[in-house]
Design a protein around this ligand. Sequence first.
Ligand SMILES: [Mn+2]
Length: 285
Amino acid sequence: MKFTTSHKYAHLSSFDEYIIIGDVHGCVDELQQLLIQNGFSIDANGFIELNSTICSKSIVLLGDFIDKGNREKIIETINFIYKNYYHLNQHRQQFYLLKGNHEEMVYRYISNDPTLEITAKRLEDKDKYYNTVAILEKDFDLKKKFLELYDESYSWLQYRFSPNFSAILTHAPCEVKYLGQNDDESYAKMIKCASRSKNKGIKLDELLSYVYEEAEENQNYHIFGHLSQPNIRKYKNRVCIDTSVIYGDTLSCAIIKEDQLTFDSTPFQKKQKSATQEYNILFDF
Ligand SMILES: [Mn+2]
């Protein structure tokens, strides 16, 4: 039996300003701070205030908001996103979620995906890389929230201001031939690329050479996260905004307003233990 899940995509209106945020991985404090830096206010109950400042602003999370962070922070992150997802989208959509490989894998574990063979390695991975699974397995209410958010998540989003300025948003980088396509293979490619942990010792630019080879000197951008980097990495029209907040660096966003692309970041706040990694830098030439 082939494992299938619902696939969604959307075109974003160019009347809004978009705050497009990279991999959160349980860093809810930094997520809130980045929103505050960008004009959002959060009330005492954790709701984003629906005021005139944000009536033409939208939030996009690029995927991987779970895992790697500590238990309490992951719970807080899911709750914060869940309540504000419905709060912000009550009149029109102003909060968008993209699927990351972590959401997809956790979904497969908790929904008992029959194609996910449970081997000793899988169980080890579950504890090591997908720590949200154990949290959701013990908390039915939180699991229900996660599943609802997963169902709401897009595989890709596209913004188009003019023929000369557009942006396609996905969790992972992928080859142009898969971008914005709606078959199962393309969806998988937009969520996860070749694994760095399975290709240790290979430079990212070698492993994913298509990212720079297919880059073009124009403003039809491809913005993605997934590849935890020490800072925002941009080469021609390819932009990676996963700046490793859970590894102790920063949480970053790309901001799109009309035909302008800018960036903002906020540092890790040390409210939880950071994870460790060796950086494999993109566009390291
Ligand atoms: Mn990822």
